[in-house]
Design a protein. Structure first.
Length: 203
């Protein structure tokens, strides 16, 4: 059966075929998303010390920064940790309706930017916020993001970024949510709009 131009959609297929193709694409994306693997050093299902409100915390395995005085050296080896799928983590997050958000800590989350960006996007779709810790500075991340789309995506899927390495000489126990004075809590969306690091109004 032939179809007139009006009966065809944007891509030249009849509308029903285009609809089916769109559904298949969505399902494929969802399958890829949920099957993506994250190497995890550990999780904390309820925390009030890793960002504002009650949070689910994922400690990503692998860190290249090797800050002297790091509290989590067991996270450094990228070959260590346990593999969990995005779906497994999402199920645990969805099980707790009291959560305000999810914190991606480490280790260095940007070593696994692709799958963590998928998880962060799914978390934000559910109305929660995402705080991402990184040993990179905001400026260095933006430089890396110019050639690495997965890093770009994880930056964009984060509401807040706690940036910079832990510097023992600048250790300050009075600082909320971070260990040393060089580390900043950055409002990601405001910073992307302004073209420079904009500090969050909390912490
Ligand atoms: S960035 Fe964080 S996890 Fe990595 S070495 Fe520094 S303090 Fe440790």
């Amino acid at each position: 059966m032939r179809h007139s131009q009006q009966e065809r959609g944007r891509n030249g297929y009849p509308p029903l075929v285009e609809f089916c193709r769109a559904v298949v694409r969505l399902l494929e994306e969802r399958i890829v998303c949920h099957a993506a693997v994250i190497k995890v050093a550990g999780i904390v299902k309820e925390s009030v010390v890793d960002g504002p409100g009650l949070r689910f915390v994922i400690f990503a395995q692998g860190c290249p920064h090797r800050c002297p005085g790091c509290q989590n050296p067991q996270t450094w080896d990228p070959a260590g940790g346990t593999e969990m799928t995005v779906d497994e983590l999402l199920e645990q997050i969805k099980a707790n309706p009291l959560l305000k958000g999810v914190t991606l800590s480490g280790g260095e989350p940007f070593l696994q930017a692709g799958p963590l960006a998928l998880l962060a996007g799914a978390v934000r779709e559910r109305g929660m916020d995402v705080v991402t810790y990184t040993g990179y500075t905001w400026e260095k991340l933006l430089e890396l993001a110019k050639t690495d789309l997965e890093i770009r995506r994880l930056v964009e899927e984060s509401n807040y970024l706690v940036d910079g390495p832990y510097v023992a000489a600048q250790r300050d126990l009075a600082l909320p949510f971070r260990g040393s004075r060089n580390q900043r809590i950055i409002d990601v969306q405001a910073s992307l709009a302004a073209g420079e690091a904009v500090l969050a109004g909390w912490g």
